[in-house]
Design a protein around this ligand. Structure first.
Ligand SMILES: *Cc1c(COP(=O)(O)O)cnc(C)c1O
Length: 397
């Protein structure tokens, strides 16, 4: 009998007691809508926006219903309209190409490298071949590109960068926070991200025009003066007439449960990184397992871990999933032909024009993924890494 991990891969930590108390207070008030406020009252959502703006170190912050809605709003606020080509990663989560299609854009997929980052050479090539003026850059699984190089390529070509920071809330590159490089950044507070409100998201920017357009797009019913981190009223002069209301406001319950979590974010990042380091060290003990390089300029948030088995066939990869499952370890594999759970390949996004991405396909064919929930102790993490090693050895034998 193989050794087994008996913990759970799907349970979350309970929310902090302050978050629960704050949510109950909102429920008792009955005033859940962000604009349902007394005359001079600053609501939970406005407080959260101001606190997140300060933490992120940007000028404006808008809270919305999901990360995916933040992406759609950001694209529209940057002027993307039907038929426009929009560059994005060939390896990302479905809401990213989904947001581009939702605004009528045409995703132009860019190759990734073996460390799961956008390939700058291919970015340059596809900027030239597509004529795209917007890059929706997905920091997939927390791996940041060489941001200096990517920004230089985009600035030179007049390409606007929107950062998808669903996995990089709290991460940084060369001392600067992820999200503060492009024109707009989008964050998710969905349960599996770095703060948990079930669903939710933020859009941040230093551009007053983008912030005003995004606010009207989010469905502000002309009550934008009640926001917590928005631009001056003059910024809305045109946006208020020109932007459609897409109703994507955050409500007071979610904001109430996020505010105390923001206060603990830094501490949680350290907890994730401790777990990441233990699993990474364990995996690095096996020469068949390739871990992902973390560049020295990157401050990574290790809320999940990825590794590759470059020598393995598809049948062997399937074997590893089964051998790990027998040991109580749930791995995700990006090489499966059918989309499953939170993994899918660009071939299954049939709403996107089919594109050739041989390098990305080769990398994804042997790529595995695992979240690192706080329910895992560091000892659990060490055991899990050993069990993955055993599963790989069993299949290789
Ligand atoms: C989760 C996620 C999103 C979108 O977040 P939702 O809040 O679920 O809409 C966007 N990009 C990536 C890479 C994600 O993982």
């Amino acid at each position: 009998m193989a050794r087994r991990f008996t913990g759970t891969f799907t349970q979350q930590d309970a929310l902090p007691a302050e978050a629960i108390a704050a949510a109950v207070a909102v429920l008792q008030s009955g005033r859940l809508h962000r604009y349902n406020l007394a005359a001079d009252e600053v609501g939970e959502v406005a407080h959260l926006e101001a606190e997140y703006r300060d933490w992120q170190g940007c000028d404006y912050c808008l809270a919305v219903t999901s990360g995916g809605q933040a992406l759609q709003i950001a694209l529209r606020a940057c002027g993307v309209s039907a038929g426009d080509p929009v560059l994005t990663n060939g390896f990302t989560l479905a809401p990213v190409p989904g947001a581009i299609r939702a605004v009528g854009g045409q995703p132009v997929l860019v190759e990734i490298d073996q460390n799961l980052r956008l390939d700058p050479q291919d970015l340059q090539t596809r900027i030239e071949s597509s004529g795209a003026k917007v890059l929706l850059l997905s920091h997939m699984r927390g791996h940041l590109c060489d941001m200096d190089r990517v920004m230089q390529i985009c600035d030179r070509a007049g390409v606007t960068v929107i950062e998808d920071c669903a996995h990089t809330m709290g991460a940084g590159w060369a001392g600067r926070r992820s999200g503060n490089f492009g024109k707009v950044a989008c964050f998710s507070t969905q349960t599996y991200k770095h703060m948990n409100s079930g669903e939710g998201g933020f859009l941040t920017t230093n551009d007053a025009g983008v912030a005003a357009r995004a606010t009207i797009l989010s469905g502000s019913y002309m009550l934008y003066d009640r926001h917590g981190a928005g631009p001056d009223p003059q910024a809305f002069d045109q946006a208020r007439y020109e932007m459609p209301n897409c109703s994507a406001r955050m409500d007071a319950v979610r904001a109430a449960i996020l505010r105390p979590q923001l206060a603990h974010l830094e501490e949680n990042i350290a907890r994730w990184n401790a777990r990441y380091a233990v699993v990474e060290r364990g995996l690095q003990a096996h020469n068949l397992i390739a871990t992902i390089d973390l560049p020295s300029q990157e401050s990574h948030v290790g809320s999940s871990i990825q590794f590759r088995l470059p020598e393995f066939s598809a049948a062997q990869c399937r074997g590893v999933i089964a051998a790990a499952a027998q040991r109580g370890v749930e791995l995700k594999w990006f090489g499966a032909p059918e989309p499953a759970g939170f993994t899918s390949s660009h071939q299954s996004w049939r709403y996107v024009t089919a594109q050739e991405l041989p390098q990305t396909d080769r990398i994804m064919a042997t790529l595995f993924d695992m979240r690192l929930p706080f329910r895992f102790s560091e000892a659990d993490c060490a055991l899990i890494a050993e069990l993955i090693g055993e599963a790989v050895m069993e299949v290789a034998a």
